[in-house]
Design a protein around this ligand. Sequence first.
Ligand SMILES: [Zn+2]
Length: 236
Amino acid sequence: MTELLFRDDAYLQSATAQVVAADARGIELDRTIFYPLGGGQPGDIGLLLRASGEPLTVTDTRRGESANSVLHVLAPAQTLPEPGESLTLQIDWARRHRLMRLHTALHVLSCVVRAPVSGGNIAPDRGRLDFDIDMSLLDAKRIEEQTNELLAREVATATVWITDAELDAQPELVKTMSVQPPRGAGRIRLLEIPGIDLQPCGGTHVRNIAEIGAIRVLRIRNEGKRNKRVEIALAD
Ligand SMILES: [Zn+2]
């Protein structure tokens, strides 16, 4: 079980941690700032620095088999650290911050296009949501303008926790058809963008939507009966 430091502070760019286990699949640490692939957001990349200064390159971060287990995947042919060894963690912050900006922008987009979300993905240079909607209702220029109007409100985001029962009483909070929030832990994490959006999400977000700036709609495509894809990029 790894303590997920990014869950309470998505802005941690470095931290120290101890190795719990290390094998060819990846390094497990007692705590981490590396976000593992999930919810459409890619896993972080970066460095693990040994006490000698030797850097180990992390090329991907994945969830392990048990809950809250995180595997830091190393580039090939690197020395594995020893269990108990202390490491300094450094994520590729420029990449992560772009992912946070795009991820939070997709929350806002999901409030402009009022339809169930049937899929989504984020890359460092673009993000997309798929909607279960008629193509004729999607207008790129209108979506771009309305999203940018909401982004211009420059409101602070907040993490809110509710119980499973509270979520059951408000099923309209769940917009993503294919991904139900994890249950059983007793509480569910929501992202709130006051006045704009409130929905379950375990990803990393910016503190204020002002950090996103404006977005551009790159294209809108029909990807299937229930998947009308809206792809966006950051304007800068
Ligand atoms: Zn999110």
